[in-house]
Design a protein around this ligand. Structure first.
Ligand code: NAD
Length: 237
């Protein structure tokens, strides 16, 4: 059976990725800080793990014999205004989005090199490519931050590093960068976002699942170092 490791498995996109991986016959190690909402089954193994904890990450990988797929999906943002940002808040976002992605990938690549096979999919964001237009946020209090954008740009670039350095071991590393996904946001925000989006709607988890389907399919063995933006054309203006 193919083995997948998925981080941020309890979140909105994580849950939808779990479905996609299950349908594609993976045995999935479903990692999150909180795993109460993940239903354990024959092919889904919930693992409570903080991806920023180097020792715990190594402990987890020591229990694996092989890994076919790693999806670095766990990610966080921060919503206080730029002028009030504390160093602690800044480093929390850096740690989860960049250090966590690095630690999970470093350990996976050691196994994948030995196997001469593997796929890594990082989850970036449109805000790793363009800055956010603060006018669409109104008083939602959910404005995007500089550090989120910087880390997502970093994730897109780390994808290229891993693709170019480990492609020779038959490891393909790619990134999927979603646009905003509908999830109980305020009506004002949704209207503004939809107005700004060329397709006139926010994304849905299934939009991102189809990009994942492409990258994990058996025939996809030569796509490497790419950032697939799934945003209805938001960054194309
Ligand atoms: P979410 O908040 O619903 O889920 C993220 C999950 O990551 C949570 O379950 C959280 O507990 C987990 N997590 C956080 N820190 C962790 C840690 N240290 N160790 C292990 N797990 C940890 O987020 P989502 O909307 O599902 O987003 C998933 C990914 O997609 C993120 O990387 C996010 O930046 C990216 N993204 C989301 C959107 C969107 O609109 N939803 C848009 C662009 C990019």
């Amino acid at each position: 059976m193919k083995i997948a490791v998925l981080t941020g498995a309890s979140g909105q996109l994580g849950q939808s990725f779990l479905d996609t991986l299950s349908k594609n016959d993976y045995c999935i190690y479903a990692i999150d800080l909180n795993i109460e909402c993940i239903v354990e089954s024959q092919n889904i193994k919930p693992i409570k793990l903080d991806i920023t904890d180097e020792n715990r990450v190594h402990e987890f990988y020591n229990s694996l014999d092989k890994i076919d797929l790693l999806i670095n999906n766990a990610g966080i943002g921060v919503f206080t205004p730029f002028e009030q940002r504390t160093a602690i808040e800044f480093m929390q976002v850096m740690n989860v989005n960049l250090l966590g992605t690095f630690l999970m990938s470093q350990a996976a690549i050691k196994l994948m090199k030995n196997q001469n096979n593997g796929k890594i999919i990082n989850i970036g964001s449109i805000y790793g490519q363009v800055s956010s237009d603060e006018r669409i946020y109104g008083d939602s209090g959910r404005n995007n931050s500089e550090v989120y954008s910087a880390t997502k740009a970093g994730v897109i670039h780390m994808t290229k590093y891993m693709a170019t350095h480990f492609g020779k071991y038959n490891i393909q590393t790619n990134c999927i960068s979603p646009g905003g996904i509908i999830n109980n946001q305020s009506e004002d925000f949704v209207n503004n976002y939809e107005y700004k989006n060329p397709m006139g709607r926010m994304g849905r988890p299934e939009d991102i699942q189809s990009a994942l389907e492409y990258l994990i399919s058996e025939g996809t063995t030569y796509t490497n170092g790419q950032n697939i933006t799934v945003d209805g054309g938001f960054v194309a203006w």
